[in-house]
Each structure stands twice: as structure tokens, then as C-alpha cells.
Design a binder for this molecule. Sequence first.
Ligand code: 13P
Ligand code: SF4
Length: 367
Amino acid sequence: MAVNALAYQTFDDISDSECEQRILSAKAALGERVVILGHHYQRDEVFRHADFSGDSLKLSRQAANSEADYIVFCGVHFMAEVADILSRPEQVSILPDLSAGCAMADMANLANVERAWQEIAKVLDPDSHVTPITYINSAADLKAFCGRHGGLVCTSTNAGQVMEWAFKQREKVLFFPDQHLGRNTAFSKLGISLSEMVVWDFSQPNGGLSKEQIKKAKVILWKGFCSVHQMFKPEHIDRFRAMYPEGKVISHPEASFEVCQKSDYVGSTEYIIKTVRESAPGTRWQVGTELNLVNRLHEQCEHEGKVVEFMAPTVCMCSTMFRIDPQHLVWTLENLVEGNVVNRIKVDKTEAELAKLALERMFEVSI
Ligand code: 13P
Ligand code: SF4
């Protein structure tokens, strides 16, 4: 933080409506020097200020193509890291609240993944037999690990293409941190049976697996998950279908295997929005992803007589995405107007180079 940076404390009590005006003024003052990227899970008061919105893949492309001096990422930590990795060295990536992490991303760390690699090496040489794939929801050092070991990154949009590429290199895949995206992709996009997949429990020696199980497995799934998408259950879909037999169900692939199998469509946040928006007027949808996105989609489609409802009966938002509030956004922008950079996200140079390699492999295989 620059020496004279405006302290956050004085911004905490500013009302949302005052923030609205001040964000608009600060953006106008900064002009093209700033670009605000907003993930679909952001709350409306923040989301409406985004110059570009999208899923992780779309936003990472946007970050790579941006000409702005400052990339303010209204999303979570790993997204701002990706923006830093893909942008030019003189560009600055900023996360308005540093506590906006991703609980699922935190379920895999470099020490645990390196230990898993060494434990697999007791059975077979992983560098010749296993392609590591990390979901973009992961720290930069795990992306770098994949870059170093012939692996790559995937998003919920391109996980199928990434996995196909991975199997062309080596006969096994180690997929982290989200077991659900890995399982749903391997089964539905590549036709790999559940019996050919094992779950690596990082809290146990050798992932809790026997040598035989490791040898036999085609896909080794890290035991990570998203607590938001875990809330969706097959019985929620059954109830919806009983009430609305004509209704359609669409889920994010971070939801469980059972939920995805029962859904009519499965895909990234961008895919969900596109599919519902392009559906016929008057259709009814049940959506298995984060609440802010679902509520916004309902509001956008209501005038066409569409009903878009949330899959779970309880409120489940991504609490870390929610940390980016208008107060933090105005604090960030007004500091930039004053010439102060706050909350810069900077990835170590060597780590960034390897992570970039893993991200570039992903871009090459995703159409
Ligand atoms: P998308 O890439 O589909 O936007 O997903 C990101 C995410 O964190 C979903 O929980
Ligand atoms: Fe991470 Fe889940 Fe939030 Fe997505 S919804 S950012 S996976 S915690």
C-alpha cells in the first residue's frame, strides 16, 4: 500500500447509494486507465459497475487482452492472480478485498499436491504416466506445478477438451481440487466409468488408496468440493419435476454427480446464462448454481414470462464472492484516483511463468 493511501476504515460506513455515486465518479476520473471485471456471482451493487462480466474462462481472456493500467477484479483471489499472470508486467491486478478467497481452491495446496505426486511415484513414475490438471479455482503455485509437470489448467467451460488433451499425453489424470468437476467431466464428456476413478483423500497417507487402486485408476480425483454447490441435492430436482413436469433443470458441474446426472443441462456460469436466455418465452427453469446469478437471471428473463428458480430451498451464496462490496470497490477506485494502489495481487515471477505455461496449454486446447 502506498504511504498516503486512504485507509479502509473510513469507507466502511458509507451507504450503498453514496458508494454508487462515488464509484461512478472515480471510474469517470480514471477513464481507460481502469477496467473492472465482474464474475457472475457478484452482488448487483458491484456487478453493475463491471466493464466486462463473465465466467472464469471469459474473464481470464478479458484480463489477457486488457489495455488498462489497472485491472480491478470483482471476483475471488485466484481470478485476480490469473489476471496478473496473463497481463503485461506493468499492468496492476487488484482484488478490492483480500479476504475474498475460494474455499474450494484452498482445499488443495502445493505441499499436499507435491506429497501426492511423491506417493504416486512409489507405484509408478507420475511424470511419465499422469497428467496433472488443476481447475482454475486454485492458487498460482498449483498452476505452476501443472506447468512444471506437463499438465495444464481447466475451467468449467473447457474441462472436457482439457481432459481429452491430457489423456493424449499420458494414460492417467490427477485432477484437483474439485472432485465433482473431475468426475462429471470424465464420465459425461469422456465416457470414463466411475469404477475407473478413485478419490485421493489428502488427509491420509497415499490418499487412502492401495497400490492396486492407484495402478488401476484412470482418473485420480482430489477430495475437494465447493460448499455452495454441495447444497444442491437430487431430491430438490425430483420435487421440481413433480411440480413442473415441463420445467428444465440446469446445473453447474461443481454440483454432485447425482445432481448433474438428473439435470437436463450442465455447464459453466456463462453457459447457464446463455442457455436460459436463449430458451423459449414462458419456460420454467431450476438452476443449480450461486444465488446472485440465479436471482439476476430471473429478473432479466421475467419480462418474457420465464421463471428462473434456485435449486436449494435454503439461501446459499458464495460468501467469499460476497466480500467484494461497494465500500471496498469505492475505496479501491478512489485510492487509484489519488495515485495509490491498494490490494495489488502480484504472483512471483518464476511461479507466474510456469503458471502461464499451464494456462496457455489450456487456451490452445479450448476452442
Ligand atoms: P465459472 O467458471 O463457471 O464461472 O465458475 C467459477 C466458480 O467459481 C463456480 O463456483
Ligand atoms: Fe469457490 Fe464455490 Fe465460491 Fe465458486 S462458489 S468461488 S468454487 S467457494
